[in-house]
Design a protein around this ligand. Structure first.
Ligand code: ADP
Ligand code: ZN
Length: 515
C-alpha cells in the first residue's frame, strides 16, 4: 500500500485538495488492501476520487463502468485536464478511434478506462492482455431490479469478478436501500464487500412540500426572491417541461427544456448554458442531471411527484453541492399519484414499484419532520427534528376532526363508494354540476352538509383521512373512494379523531364550523 504522505500528495497534485471528505480515505485504504467495496454516498459526496486516486497509484489499469455516454466524456475531459491519463470507449465512437484507444491500453498509456456496460464484451481480449488493477462500477444501483433505474446490460457485470478474481471491485451509487445494497453485492459476485455508508443528511437543503394547485403561480412566487439563482424544475412529462419553459420565458426568466426527445446537440447546449449560468432554469425530465457537476444550483422544484424516494433524493441532491443553503419544493397532487400508479402497474416489477411509490406518498403527506422520514428511508436515524423542513418550521396544530370525518364518511356511504375524491367533495359542498345531477346526488341527505369548508381544504382533510386509514382509494376502480374496516369506528362507534388544522383556512379567514 502506498504511504499516507504519498496518498495525500496525490490528492493535492491531481485534484487540488488538502484533505479528504468523510469516508474517502478509508475507502481508498480498503482498495489498496485489495478488498471489494460498496460505496453509498449522496450525489456530490465525492465518490469519484475514491477510485480515481487509487487508479493513479496502482500499477495497472482501472476499468470504470459507467452507464451514460455523456457523463463519460465529461469525466474523462476533467481527468485529462488534471493530467490524468484517461480514455473512454463507447458505441458512439468511430472504429478507428476505438482502435487507437485499444492500442494505448496495450501500451500501458492509460490509467483509467471508462466503458459503457454494453461495450464491455468488445474489450474482452484486450483486457486479457493487460493488468487490471481495479474495477469501478459507477451508478451500481442500475444492476438491481430493486433499485430505481434498472439497466439490463448491468446484470452481466458479475463476470468481471470471475475474470479478474484478484482485482478489487468498487461499486458506487448515490441511492440504494438495504435490500438493493445486498442485491448489488450478490450480483457483482462480491458478497463480502465492505459497505461504506456516508451520511445522507444534506442539512443545507430545505425541504418543502405543497399541494399541487395552481403550480405555475406558486412557482412565480417561489422565484420572486431568487433572481438569477440557478435551479431545476423536474417534470414527469416531456410536454410539461416544454410548456413550463415557455411560460417562464414569457415571464422574463431564461429557461430551457431538457428531455430525452431533444436532439443530442441541443441537450449538450442546454447543459453547458446551465453550467455557465447563461440559462437560469432548466425544466427537465429525470434524464437531466446525472453527472452534472454544478455546485451552485440554489433550488430544485419537483413539478410532479417523483416515483420513489431514491429518485427524489438524488434530484434534490443536485442543489447546494457547495454546501450553501438551498431550497427544494415538491408539489404533491393525487393526479400524479394516479399516473404513477399506472406506470408502476405496467412495469415489470409492479409490487416493488408500488411499494416505493407508497413511501414517496407518505413522505409528501407527512405531518412530522420530513428529513427524519427521508433519512430513515436510507437507514439513518436522527434524534432531533431537523428545523429545516416545512413541517418543522410550521408544525401543524390539531383540531377535533370527528365531525369532519363523519361527514366525509357518511357521504362516501351514501354514494355507495362509487365516486372519486372530486365528486365526493362536490356532493359534500352541494355543487351544482353534471357529476352530481347525472346521478341525482342532490337528493342525498349528505348533499351540501360540508359547504362550510372550502373545496381544497376538503381535499386535504380527505387525504388525511386516507393516511390515517379511514378511507382508501381504489386505484383499480377509477380511484373510487372506499370505506375501510376502520370507517365504522367513526361512523358507528363514536371514535374521535384529530386532523391537522389547515392554515389556508386561517389565511382565508374562513373558520371550520364544527356543528
Ligand atoms: P459524486 O460522484 O459523489 O456525486 P463527485 O465525485 O463528482 O461526487 O464530487 C463532487 C464534488 O466534490 C466535485 O466537485 C469534487 O471535485 C469535490 N470533491 C471531491 N472530493 C473532495 C475533497 N476531498 N475535498 C474537496 N472537494 C472534493
Ligand atoms: Zn424537519
Amino acid at each position: 500500500m502506498p504511504e499516507q504522505p504519498q496518498i495525500l500528495a496525490t490528492l493535492k497534485e491531481y485534484f487540488g485538495y488538502d484533505t479528504f471528505r468523510p469516508l474517502q480515505q478509508e475507502i481508498i485504504h480498503s482498495i489498496f488492501e485489495g478488498k471489494d467495496n460498496l460505496v453509498i454516498m449522496p450525489t456530490g459526496g465525492g465518490k469519484s476520487i475514491c477510485y480515481q486516486l487509487p487508479a493513479i497509484l496502482l500499477p495497472g489499469i482501472t476499468l470504470v463502468i459507467s452507464p451514460l455516454i455523456a457523463l463519460m466524456k465529461d469525466q474523462v475531459d476533467g481527468l485529462l485536464a488534471n493530467g490524468i491519463a484517461a480514455a473512454y470507449v463507447n458505441s458512439s465512437q468511430h472504429p478507428d478511434e476505438q482502435q487507437e484507444i485499444y492500442q494505448k491500453v496495450l501500451d500501458k498509456e492509460i490509467k483509467l478506462l471508462y466503458v459503457a456496460p454494453e461495450s464491455l464484451s468488445f474489450l474482452d481480449t484486450i483486457l486479457s492482455q493487460v493488468k487490471v488493477s481495479l474495477v469501478a462500477i459507477d451508478e451500481a444501483h442500475c444492476i438491481s431490479a430493486w433499485g430505481h433505474d434498472f439497466r439490463p446490460a448491468y446484470t452481466q457485470l458479475g463476470y468481471l469478478k470471475s475474470k479478474f478474481p484478484e482485482t478489487p471491485v468498487i461499486a458506487l451509487t448515490a441511492t440504494a436501500d438495504k435490500a438493493t445494497r445486498q442485491d448489488i453485492c450478490d450480483q457483482l459476485n462480491i458478497p463480502e464487500a465492505t459497505q461504506h455508508l456516508a451520511s445522507f443528511d444534506r442539512k443545507n437543503l430545505s425541504l418543502e412540500v405543497r399541494p399541487g394547485n395552481k403550480r405555475i403561480e406558486q412557482i412565480y412566487n417561489f422565484l420572486s426572491d431568487k433572481p438569477n439563482q440557478s435551479g431545476i424544475i423536474y417534470c414527469l412529462s416531456r410536454k410539461t417541461t416544454e410548456a413550463l419553459a415557455e411560460k417562464l420565458n414569457d415571464k422574463g426568466y431564461k429557461a430551457e427544456a431538457y428531455h430525452a426527445g431533444i436532439d443530442h446537440q441541443k441537450r449538450s447546449q442546454v447543459q453547458e448554458d446551465f453550467i455557465n449560468d447563461t440559462t437560469q432554469i432548466v425544466c427537465a425530465t429525470i434524464a437531466f442531471g446525472m453527472g452534472i457537476d454544478k455546485s451552485n444550483v440554489r433550488w430544485v422544484i419537483h413539478y410532479n411527484l417523483p416515483k420513489n424516494i431514491e429518485g427524489y433524493y438524488q434530484e434534490i441532491g443536485r442543489a447546494g453541492r457547495d454546501g450553501l443553503p438551498s431550497s427544494t419544493l415538491l408539489f404533491h397532487s393525487y393526479a400524479d399519484v394516479v399516473q404513477l400508479q399506472k406506470f408502476a402497474d405496467m412495469s415489470g416489477n409492479k409490487e416493488v414499484q408500488l411499494a416505493k411509490l407508497d413511501r414517496m406518498k407518505q413522505y409528501a403527506e407527512s405531518l412530522s419532520c420530513r428529513r427524519k422520514i427521508l433519512l430513515s428511508y436510507f437507514g439513518e436515524l436522527i434524534e432531533e427534528d431537523c428545523g429545516n423542513c416545512d413541517v418543522c418550521n410550521d408544525p401543524p396544530t390539531f383540531i377535533d376532526g370527528t365531525i369532519i370525518a363523519q361527514k366525509a364518511l357518511s357521504c362516501v356511504t351514501r354514494i355507495k363508494e362509487q365516486e372519486p375524491i372530486g365528486t365526493v367533495i362536490d356532493v359534500l359542498r352541494g355543487a351544482q354540476n353534471a357529476a352530481v345531477y347525472d346521478k341525482e346526488y342532490q337528493n342525498l341527505k349528505t348533499y351540501g352538509i360540508g359547504n362550510d369548508i372550502a373545496w381544497r381544504d376538503w381535499q386535504q382533510y380527505i387525504i388525511q383521512l386516507i393516511n390515517q386509514g379511514y378511507l382508501e382509494i381504489a386505484f383499480h376502480q377509477n380511484n373510487k373512494l372506499k370505506l375501510t374496516s376502520l370507517s365504522k369506528k367513526i361512523l358507528f362507534e363514536g371514535e374521535k379523531i384529530s386532523l391537522a388544522h389547515l392554515k389556508e383556512l386561517e389565511k382565508a379567514k374562513q373558520p371550520v364550523v364544527i356543528q
